[in-house]
Design a protein around this ligand. Structure first.
Ligand SMILES: Cc1cc2nc3c(=O)[nH]c(=O)nc-3n(C[C@H](O)[C@H](O)[C@H](O)COP(=O)(O)OP(=O)(O)OC[C@H]3O[C@@H](n4cnc5c(N)ncnc54)[C@H](O)[C@@H]3O)c2cc1C
Length: 289
């Protein structure tokens, strides 16, 4: 099906993008990789009168290492993240997610900024950014502001972005020396969204867990921190008992619904299993047993 008619803008500067968004509040939307917004238009689920492409705006695609973390431009495509040695070395949890995200065709055009701004609870990158404690830079008429990943996702397809704001950068802080993370995704075929997925990032203090962030995909209206599960790990020795307790907390505090991917109880059981797997993998990457 063809999309409804829209006016297309391809500005070359970010200020111009913001001006157009501000001129048509709520009616103009950003076009990044188009992998979510174009299918919505073509299926006529959405009608958007003004599309503002970011493709001609220079300087929005980069992965840069700084002294305190890694900065990623919002127009960086998923396959650049997947193939980045810096990401593999510093944030294997992000590599786990990008190598399993959709298929190579989608990864070659879909962007990190689009994946996050779309706020689909089935998208893989929100949970990973929440687990990593990332901060997002949003630019609007009044300048820039920073929002933590955990506060960015307000509801299904709803974020903290104001209508005239653009997500320009993702800033992932380095964790301590003995830290590691993992993203485990359970899906029914190679290219699809997950039945359930979980992101775990840990920091160790000797044998004990100093810091833990856990977030899920596809099993709640929005991705968010699983604080009860995190509490089961923090301060504990990460033995089988603590890991099982945290996995059980993730399974009970999620809100999966029965659908074509499977019944609710099945999804809770998947969550319990993949959380155990993700914690064990994160622990091993952090240099624990
Ligand atoms: C067949 C298929 C399978 C898929 N499977 C998966 C999967 O397994 N896992 C997964 O995570 N995703 C999956 N996706 C979704 C894919 O990752 C999309 O690329 C992503 O959701 C949107 O990124 P985009 O760059 O294409 O954004 P677009 O589609 O261009 O935009 C999406 C939304 O974000 C807004 N937006 C985009 N960039 C910005 C910005 N910088 N600032 C403010 N707003 C912005 C747009 O206005 C729009 O509302 C799949 C898509 C397809 C087509």
């Amino acid at each position: 099906m063809n999309p409804p008619t829209f006016e297309y803008f391809a500005p070359t500067g970010i200020d111009e993008v913001i001006d157009i968004l501000a001129k048509y509040p709520g009616e103009a939307k950003i076009l990044a990789g188009g992998q979510s917004i174009i299918p919505l238009l073509k299926s006529r689920i959405s009608s958007i009168p003004y599309l503002v492409s970011l493709s001609e705006v220079k300087g929005l695609s980069y992965i840069d290492e700084g002294s305190e973390g890694v900065r990623i431009g919002a127009m960086t495509i998923d396959s650049d993240l997947e193939n980045s040695d810096l990401v593999k070395k510093r944030f294997p949890i992000l590599h786990d997610a990008t190598e399993q995200l959709a298929d190579p065709l989608v990864r070659n055009v879909g962007t990190i900024g689009g994946n996050l701004s779309h706020a689909d609870p089935a998208n893989d990158l929100p949970a990973v950014m929440i687990a990593l404690g990332a901060r997002f830079t949003l630019r609007g008429k009044g300048g820039s502001r920073e929002v933590e990943a955990k506060d960015f996702f307000l509801d299904t397809f709803t974020t903290a972005l104001e209508p005239e704001e653009v997500l320009t950068e993702i800033n992932i802080p380095f964790w301590g020396k003995k830290s590691g993370g993992a993203y485990v995704k359970f899906k029914k075929n190679t290219w699809n969204f997950s039945v359930a997925a979980v992101a775990v990032q840990l920091e160790l203090d000797g044998n004990r867990c100093r810091k833990a962030h856990i977030a899920t995909t596809s099993v709640s209206p929005k991705s968010g921190r699983m604080e009860k599960a995190e509490k089961a790990l923090i301060g504990a020795e990460l033995n089988d008992h603590a890991i099982s307790k945290a996995a059980a907390e993730v399974a009970t505090s999620s809100e999966p619904v029965s659908d074509s991917y499977g019944p609710e109880e099945y999804k809770r059981e998947i969550l319990r299993r993949i959380t155990r797997e993700a914690i064990n993998k994160a622990l091993s990457r952090a240099g624990g047993n």
